[in-house]
Design a protein around this ligand. Sequence first.
Ligand code: CP3
Length: 355
Amino acid sequence: MNRVSALQNDRLLRALACQPVDVTPVWIMRQAGRYLPEYRAVREKAGSFLQLCKTPELASEVTLQPLARFDLDAAIIFSDILTIPDAMGLGLGFTEGEGPAFERPVRSMRDVKALGVPDPETDLRYVSDAIRLVRHELGGKVPLIGFCGSPFTLAAYMIEGRANKHFPHIQRMRGEAPDVLHALLDILTESVICHLNAQIQAGAQVVMIFDSWGGLLDTPGYEIFSLPYLSRIIQGLLRFHEGRAVPVILFTLHGGQWLEQMLTTGCDAIGIDWTLSLIEARLRVSGKVALQGNLDPAILKQDPDTIRREVSKVLAEYGEGPGHVFNLGHGITPDIPPEHVRVLVDAVHQGMIEQ
Ligand code: CP3
């Protein structure tokens, strides 16, 4: 079947293609999550975060929760970047307050050689099943975003074995055993391509690659250990499905210094964190890609008037013309009152640019 599926709200797809839109589209990284009481209730029912990810009916339910509350222009499938290393058998667990941890971290070539590319039809079938359910439930209301982690970001967790602000083990491996690191990045690249293509075939209409820890690298490190693998992924993706282009958004947290390098990957849009001004970002990408971002997530803790004012500032920084998707500069945190998200979404759609 190669029919164009009807989409009632295609602002996101238009903005990502740098086409004109009536108002700036907006969605929020981690828009389904702990700041929503209805999310916490479903997670309780599932038993754990991972169990929630692995139960398509529940993953579909929480994906749709923020859309029932707010006038968002996209859904993002509820899942996690660490589903790939979990499917590789590293023994993933999440503990409250400490984040993810693996029972069997990857530290040697022997560990890497023992890993296989997860089969999207079996090992990660729950993600495709959840995507099909969400697409059915959405009925074309807004597009659905699929996602994955970058090979470097996944490797950082797999080598460290747990969350850490500095990831010293991958830094050490980079210096002492770069061949082991490249072998791991290689298998992760294949795994990400398979997983994202399966998401696209199941109905993801946009895909986003989260390079959340690429910003730990210096420029030579980024160009050797993250960028080439991102390019390979983008080259390996299905770029056309259901009669439409499937845009790719690339997001390297704290990667503002590398916009020029990111442009070479063939992505359609670059996610910008709040440390780089959209004025500068727009000048530097000069219309070659769309930009997504970049309100500081901490602003959502402030009062509604401040949120409206800061939204206006971001819209004004981007300025006139197509190619902007409004988002936070990183994920929403669990302490945010849901009402503040409504204020943000409505302010974006009202498009108030203060003079
Ligand atoms: O945006 C969405 O609504 C989709 C959901 C989504 C989750 N994780 C759900 C989640 C997405 C896009 C991710 C991506 C992800 N996961 C990233 C990249 C984005 C980023 O934040 O930079 C990373 C690094 C991970 C790994 C991960 N998963 C960590 C470090 C944690 C713990 C963090 C924390 O806040 O406790 C998770 C757990 C996780 N993933 C939660 C959610 C809603 C919280 C789980 C819970 O306790 O309910």
